[in-house]
Design a protein around this ligand. Structure first.
Ligand SMILES: *[C@@H]1O[C@H](CO)[C@@H](O)[C@H](O)[C@H]1NC(C)=O
Ligand SMILES: *[C@@H]1O[C@H](CO)[C@@H](O)[C@H](O)[C@H]1NC(C)=O
Ligand SMILES: *[C@@H]1O[C@H](CO)[C@@H](O)[C@H](O)[C@H]1NC(C)=O
Ligand SMILES: *[C@@H]1O[C@H](CO)[C@@H](O)[C@H](O)[C@H]1NC(C)=O
Ligand SMILES: *[C@@H]1O[C@H](CO)[C@@H](O)[C@H](O)[C@H]1NC(C)=O
Length: 942
């Protein structure tokens, strides 16, 4: 799938919009005056219109010229209302029902709340109804059964609940597209669904809570092209008897349900037979259903248009039939997490168009096939967690396009073939095997490498100098081998390295001080070696470093102070001959006293401390949850790929190229670890932010999928929302709303292009805290899936035109299942896969420092801008403000307590912040009683 393939739904929509509708008589008792009146009443129901789209809806302008309103000139009536993606907040007025000639109603991608009015059922001329991506909380009204001209209904991405209205399916016989995905709809899909929907082309019901079986009547919808029922609670048999009647079916997605194969979940043949004549079928997704049975030999007779087969996370056993080699158009094949045995057929690897092959976590044995030198497109091969033995074939290097090779956790032995150095590998994971010999210089010098894991093998001898050529490598894990010799000083050339693990080897000599100059180093584990000498001071200057383990070496001398050493624990340096201030370590003779560090941070950077504390708190609160989650066994599943290919291919690369003038440098508005953010203008004048993700490792693809998957399931006014995405194999981008006011970081520390930003007032800061806290309360307590952000920081908080804060960047969020889902999926461990990110970090003594320093002396800890702001106000306002500032600090401190269980929940935090906000906005010294028991500590401290 690439983004030039327009999905059928987009196509249909386009078709329907350009449709010249047959002239039908509308209600003779109504006229354009009534249409106008109805629209004005609709406008009254809009509480916010930040883009002023409705400003010309007034007396002076003719109703047919109002923005978003389209009239049919010949009958002089309003026929279309189109206000999509305009940030409108409000409710959908029942008076729209009075526009009796309305044929097309488009209110998608706004913030409409509340129910869908029952009255809309009176719009008997309605052909297109699109309320996609709003915040509508209601059932789908039964009255929709009266919309007998309806061709297209899209209510995707709301909070709809309840059952499907039956009349919709026996009365709206013209329906061609139904998209009710991403809601909370329950109950069975009505058994007669297909009896009357003879023109249905597209049925999208994914991400709901539908139960029961797939109704057999669907076989009457013989024009069907796309079915997506993924992520529901459907049970019963695979729909063999249904799809066999759909000759034009192209996409069948039924992953993540509880379907079973024939003969008591033991026979897949009838299903595969039923699709063997569907010559248009290109995508088949049945992952995560616990399907039993064997892959039949007749798989070779499946339609040869198939480009994607996803069968991972099932209970499929038996061998991989070599007849699969007949499916010459396969691009993606995922058979991971099944019970497959036997060997890997060479034919599989030689499929001419195959780009990604996953067969991880099965019981495959034998040798890795040796591919001859023919042209293949394989870029990803994941054979990990099997019982593959013997050596890694030298001829694997014939797969010239290979970028990701994962062979970890097998029984491979022998040497690492140096031939692998001839392909541009980006990720190589050979860990947990029995590989022997040296690290081949050809492989360790690959400058395309990003993730390099050879841990838990029997590799020996010294680290080759050539390691330093991997200038893009982010992870080097060579731990638990028999490596000896020194750590090469030249390792400092691996400028991008974030994780370096050389632990459990026999390395000796000094620790090169050059390692401290690695700008992105976050984790350095050198434990259990024979390293000696002093710990170089340079490590304390390495500000990115968060984890350091030097235990069980022969280090001696004084432990440096500051930086990472400030938070170091005994465990990470024990087993050496060191001295210092750490408890459990003998003190040195001449130790330095001052902790310049704190002064450095707070002296020079102008932080709004309360804000910082509250922001940090959210992440530290999550550590508790993280620890609980880590205890569970979460296998790395490969299913992520299937989630993001759905539903978001609506913008093409070419459009993005045009929007950004060819990704011109001048359009860059931000940069991060994963790439640049561009400002772009899409056709139709809408300004967007385009986040282009640069690297193409699978790790990276996961980040992308993660962000899409999470963002699309959660909606809140303080969370940034995806407009659309573009995903090509080697290009991925998110299109997000453009926020003219940039991020919070640039307001707290205005510089460069943002130096014109004026500093934030105290009231603005409180409002921002409130917004952020509300977003977090939603993520922690109300979202359909529990999400822990884990990288909440000012640069991830964007400000819109009204200075409302929107939290962004869920790329490293941690997703936890809701308790309910947990119990439902309790036996399915792969389902509980967790998304991991880095944990929020706060210097452990920060809290203590603030506590000790702020008593009565706000000036010591508070951003001078705020103090300045204070001085401009009258005495009584000032003292009220001071009280509020102290309350904010108290709250921040409460939230930053060491023991997670003593921290308030985000719901309580929102409560308190709302009160502070209320007091400030009402500008009186209103009394304040905190749900967290915060009192004014000013009197208590001296
Ligand atoms: C079915 O549609 C007709 C108009 O076409 C309408 O009169 C009738 O009430 C509808 N039935 C239901 C149950 O909505
Ligand atoms: C197809 O629809 C007809 C009524 O139009 C119904 O009698 C028949 O049972 C349906 N087919 C299936 C397989 O349900
Ligand atoms: C399948 O598609 C073809 C070509 O678009 C069309 O002619 C045919 O009628 C369709 N078949 C069904 C059952 O809709
Ligand atoms: C597929 O088509 C062939 C020829 O048209 C027919 O003989 C066979 O029965 C069909 N198979 C299925 C499962 O419908
Ligand atoms: C491969 O496909 C052809 C038709 O395309 C079919 O005749 C043959 O039986 C298939 N081979 C296998 C092994 O299924």
């Amino acid at each position: 799938m690439d983004c030039t393939t327009t999905t059928l739904s987009a196509l249909l929509l386009h078709l329907l919009l350009s449709l010249v509708l047959p002239q039908q008589s509308c209600n003779p008792d109504s006229n354009i005056g009534l249409d106008r009146e109805a629209l004005l009443k609709f406008k009254k129901g809009i509480s916010r219109d930040p883009q002023n789209v409705l400003t010309n809806w007034n007396e002076a302008t003719h109703v047919c010229d109002w923005k978003g309103v389209h009239c049919n000139k010949s009958i002089s009536r309003v026929t279309r209302l189109r206000l999509e993606d305009t940030f409108l907040v409000g409710k959908i007025s029942q008076f729209l029902a009075n526009i009796s000639c309305l044929q097309s109603l488009h209110l998608s991608q706004n913030y409409f709340q509340g129910p869908i009015p029952e009255e809309l059922g009176a719009l008997s001329k309605l052909v297109v109804l699109n309320l996609e991506e709003n915040k509508i909380r209601s059932v789908i009204p039964d009255s929709f059964g009266k919309l007998s001209n309806l061709h297209y209904i899209n209510l995707r991405g709301n909070w709809l609940n309840g059952r499907l209205p039956k009349p919709l399916f026996y009365n709206c016989t013209n329906l061609e597209l139904i998209d009710l995905s991403e809601n909370f709809l329950t109950g069975q899909i009505p058994p007669f669904l297909g009896n009357f929907l003879l023109d249905l082309h597209v049925l999208l019901l994914y991400n709901n809570k539908f139960t029961g079986s797939i109704p057999p009547s669907l076989s009457n919808s013989t024009k069907m092209e796309i079915i997506d029922l993924t992520s529901n609670l459907l049970s019963g048999a695979l729909p063999s008897d249904i799809v066999i009647h759909m000759p034009n079916l192209t996409d069948l997605h039924i992953s993540d349900n509880n379907l079973s194969s024939d003969d008591n979940n033991s026979n897949l043949t009838p299903f595969f037979r039923s699709i063997s004549n569907l010559t248009s079928l290109t995508i088949l997704e049945l992952a995560g259903n616990d399907l039993g049975g064997e892959l039949p030999f007749m798989m070779g007779q499946l339609p040869c248009n198939l480009s994607k087969i996803l069968l991972q996370d099932n209970q499929i056993h038996g061998v991989i039939p070599p007849s699969i080699s007949n499916l010459t158009n396969l691009v993606d094949l995922n058979l991971s997490n099944n019970l497959l045995s036997g060997t890997i057929p060479l034919e599989l690897i030689l499929l001419p168009h195959l780009q990604r092959l996953w067969v991880s976590n099965n019981s495959l044995h034998g040798e890795i096939p040796s591919p001859p030198g023919v042209s293949t497109k394989l870029g990803l091969v994941d054979l990990s967690c099997n019982n593959l033995s013997s050596t890694i074939p030298i001829s694997l290097a014939n797969l010239t396009q290979l970028r990701i090779l994962d062979l970890h956790k097998n029984s491979l032995s022998g040497h690492i073939p140096s031939s692998l150095g001839s392909i541009n590998l980006e990720q190589l994971d050979l860990s947990q095997n029995q590989l022997t010999g040296v690290l081949p210089a050809e492989v360790v010098s690959l400058n395309s490498m990003q993730i390099f894991n050879l841990s838990f093998n029997l590799l020996e001898e010294a680290l080759p100098m050539e390691l330093s050529s991997m200038d893009k490598v982010r992870v080097i894990d060579l731990s638990s081998n028999n490596l000896s010799g020194n750590i090469p000083v030249i390792l400092e050339n691996c400028k991008e390295v974030e994780v370096l693990n050389l632990s459990h080897n026999s390395l000796q000599g000094p620790l090169p001080s050059s390692l401290g100059s690695l700008p992105d180093l976050q984790s350095l584990d050198l434990s259990h070696n024979f390293l000696s000498g002093n710990i170089p001071d340079s490590l304390q200057k390495c500000t990115s470093l968060k984890l350091l383990n030097l235990s069980f070496n022969n280090f001696s001398g004084q432990i440096p102070e500051g930086g990472i050493f400030y938070s170091l624990t005994y465990d990470s340096i024990k087993g050496n001959h060191l001295c210092g201030t750490l408890s459990g370590i003998p003190t040195c003779q001449n130790r330095q006293k001052t902790h310049i560090f704190i002064a450095l941070i707070f002296g020079s950077t102008l932080l709004s401390l309360a804000l910082l504390a509250i922001l940090y708190m959210v992440c530290s609160h999550s550590i508790l949850i993280k620890n609980q989650l880590l205890k569970r066994n979460h296998q790395n599943s490969t299913r992520t790929s299937l989630e993001f290919m759905k539903s978001y291919q609506r913008i093409t690369y070419r459009e993005l190229l045009e929007a950004t003038k060819g990704f011109d440098q001048s359009k860059i508005i931000g940069s991060g670890r994963f790439g640049h953010v561009y400002k772009g203008m899409l056709s139709g004048d809408s300004i967007v932010a385009i986040k282009v993700l640069q690297f193409q490792s699978s790790d990276f693809t996961k980040t992308f999928n993660r962000e899409c998957q999470i963002l699309k399931r959660i909606r809140h006014r303080n969370l940034i929302r995806i407009i659309t995405t573009c995903s090509l194999p080697d290009f991925k981008a998110l299109v997000l709303p453009f926020m003219a006011n940039g991020n919070l970081e640039s307001h707290l520390h205005p510089q460069g292009q943002h130096s014109s930003f004026k500093f934030l007032s105290f009231v603005e800061r409180v409002n921002i805290c409130c917004d952020v806290a509300e977003a977090m309360a939603y993520l922690h307590h109300h979202a359909p899936v529990q999400v822990i952000h884990c990288d909440l920081k000012p640069s991830n908080i964007l400000l819109n035109d009204d200075m409302m804060a929107l939290v962004s960047d869920f790329g490293i969020a941690r997703l936890a299942k809701t308790t309910m889902e947990k119990t439902m999926a309790s036996e399915d461990t792969t389902n509980t896969e967790l998304l991991c990110g880095t944990i929020g970090y706060m210097a452990p003594d920060l809290q203590k420092w603030v506590k000790n320093n702020y008593c009565g002396q706000l000036r010591e800890v508070i951003d001078p801008f705020i103090m300045h702001d204070l001085k401009t106000h009258k005495e009584d306002t000032r003292s009220m403000w001071e009280t509020r500032i102290v309350q904010m600090l108290d709250l921040g401190l409460l939230c930053a307590q060491e023991v997670p269980s003593t921290r308030p929940t985000m719901i309580d935090v929102v409560d308190d912040l709302e009160k502070v906000k209320y007091c400030l906005n009402n500008d009186a010294s209103s009394s304040f009683s905190s749900s967290n028991g915060i009192t004014n500590h000013l009197e208590n401290c001296k």
